[in-house]
Write a protein that binds this ligand. Sequence first.
Ligand code: NAG
Ligand code: NAG
Ligand code: NAG
Ligand code: NAG
Ligand code: NAG
Length: 644
Amino acid sequence: MSGMVSLIALFSIFLGVYGKDSSPSFKIDTVNSQFLLDGDPFQYLAGEIHYFRIPHQKWSDRLRRVAALGLNTITVPVPWNFHQFDQDETPQFSGDMDLVKFIKTAEANKLYTIIRIGPYISAEWDNGGLPWWLIRNTKINKYRSSDAAFMEEVTQWWTHLLPKLWPLMRRNGGPIIMVQIEHFYGALGICDQTYLANLAKMAKQHLGDDVVLFTVDPPVVRFMRCGVLENVLPTIEMVPSAVQGEVQSWFGLQKAFMTGAPAVASQFVINPFKLWGKRVNDTYDNSVIVATADIAWKLNASISFHMAHGGTNFGYWNGAVGAYPVTTSYDSFAPVSEAGDVNNLFLMIRNWVSKLPGQPFPPTIPISLPRTAYPDVTLTVFDTISGFILGTNPECWKTPETPRTAEYIRHGFGYVYYNTTVIDCGTLYIPQFADNAYIFLNHDFVGALYQNFASEHNNTIDVQGCLNQPNSLEIIIEITGRANDGYPVISRGIQSNVYMHNVTLENWVSCQVPIETFELSHLRNYENADAQKQVIDSFLAEKSDGADVVDQPSVFIGNLHIKSEPTDTFLDVRGWGKGVVTINQYNIGRYWSSVGPQQTLFVPSEFLHKGTNLIMFYEFEGATTACTPSSCTAKFSNAPIFDY
Ligand SMILES: *[C@@H]1O[C@H](CO)[C@@H](O)[C@H](O)[C@H]1NC(C)=O
Ligand SMILES: *[C@@H]1O[C@H](CO)[C@@H](O)[C@H](O)[C@H]1NC(C)=O
Ligand SMILES: *[C@@H]1O[C@H](CO)[C@@H](O)[C@H](O)[C@H]1NC(C)=O
Ligand SMILES: *[C@@H]1O[C@H](CO)[C@@H](O)[C@H](O)[C@H]1NC(C)=O
Ligand SMILES: *[C@@H]1O[C@H](CO)[C@@H](O)[C@H](O)[C@H]1NC(C)=O
């Protein structure tokens, strides 16, 4: 009898040692509620990092810092709109969009990858990653399985994306261990399980039946109910708590949705991000963050810090929460700062990880990259904003009544220009528009209607000073960044008739505004960049010298001379109003100094060169204290500045 027992025991040991399949794989062991990486128990310690918020030249630097934090994995969402700029464009995967290179660079730093393929990713990114052009076709407005046109677009996109991921899957020896579909789908309240099931099916077709798919939702029963799917790992969002019982209850809820699920907090939100014109709650105490991670880790949970490194919303890529756009900086108080610095939170997390039993000691912390506060640059007025726009010969559409939306004129980002003529002045009323409107009468700036302050203006503005002749009325609409906290999206630009003094205004011209600065950088790997550069160069050649700085929204230009190899820097925009800045045609992002909180824009060294660097401010409020009657000044700083 006892011989029998030991035989069985021996047999089990043999099975344990020799029956284990140690070829590359990633699996869920529901018997022991754990992950198996190549057959061995595995608990991941991940950090979220967004390749699309970092110039590709800096990917390696940022990933080394994330590795030095002590993590073994990164979480990476994929924004569809970043890769497929327009509907008839083939998705792009080079330069800043070279996702495969990013994942391989992480792998070289001993980091596995968890990938979030959406299609909706939230991520404080324009439209949560969904392309603006989806709503040009009015049938595509619900983003669900019942919408065949939408599903067809998703199918097309994933047919480009997923085959690129296939060779990188763990089962093929690559670093991708898990794949997230959608994001907080349950919390969005749509509850269309067929949609989720279709996504899961499609993902498996491309990535194999054995792929570990997962969903994430806040640990709230009604959200989880709508967000989970059979045979797909349910995971939760976690916030700093440091209360053992609370953390335990979150994982308890997670496991209630799947027997034998390993505990996973796929999004451990450690700190808030900033919004223009809105105070967000203070950051969490670093010790509470680390204590929460420790509680979760000791409950055998795998966790992903959100964010490990935030980065920058260059160009027009920021998302928005309700009416409040996300700032250009996405620093997010992350352990690795926007400029790559290591802070106290970093040191505390690293110190915690380095004491965890069984975890490798973190690699050495790279030294900070050099930064320079470059000398002041004097800028002169190039043209008024509307003069600049009309001077570019924009592509325009004419309509007798309702102006065209941004989507109709195929202009996804930045600004849309409208004009007409009016006989009488009075109250201008634009019932429906998104997001901000800048109004000009006979080329003089009247004022702005910001969505941040909608309840203060109710989409109306008093326009006075009409001359006894047809007066030019110009409206420039700024697309500020589409909300990322849910869908469907709304259209951009003017979407209704426009009234002056209760009279419907007619004969509209709707134009694309070619501050294609983001598009320039987006397209810089392609032939269009040259064509677009020529446009700017010809402007410069024609620039009339000695124009006075006008008290009007204007385009300002100046040169930054750099004598040695450039370093990273921050552009100090205090005293300016609101607009965007380009340096050497890289759109370094929006500023809104008059409202805050962000007062400096991060300029990576890669956007600069030795010699003369062209700086252009597209200033939409005008009348800034950064200007005297004859010139304006751009300052630099070697540290970020925030008001609140
Ligand atoms: C700010 O904190 C309060 C209290 O802790 C909380 O109720 C509220 O939701 C938080 N607001 C934001 C924007 O996080
Ligand atoms: C964590 O895993 C260990 C080793 O498998 C196990 O003994 C322990 O019970 C687990 N703890 C929890 C809370 O699941
Ligand atoms: C805007 O509308 C609200 C609600 O009708 C009203 O209370 C408010 O006074 C209006 N504001 C302006 C500036 O007209
Ligand atoms: C409106 O824009 C068109 C197209 O750029 C331009 O030709 C026209 O002069 C503008 N009209 C007014 C009234 O500003
Ligand atoms: C515009 O119309 C509204 C409602 O129809 C009316 O209350 C208002 O007095 C009118 N305003 C002008 C300036 O005619």
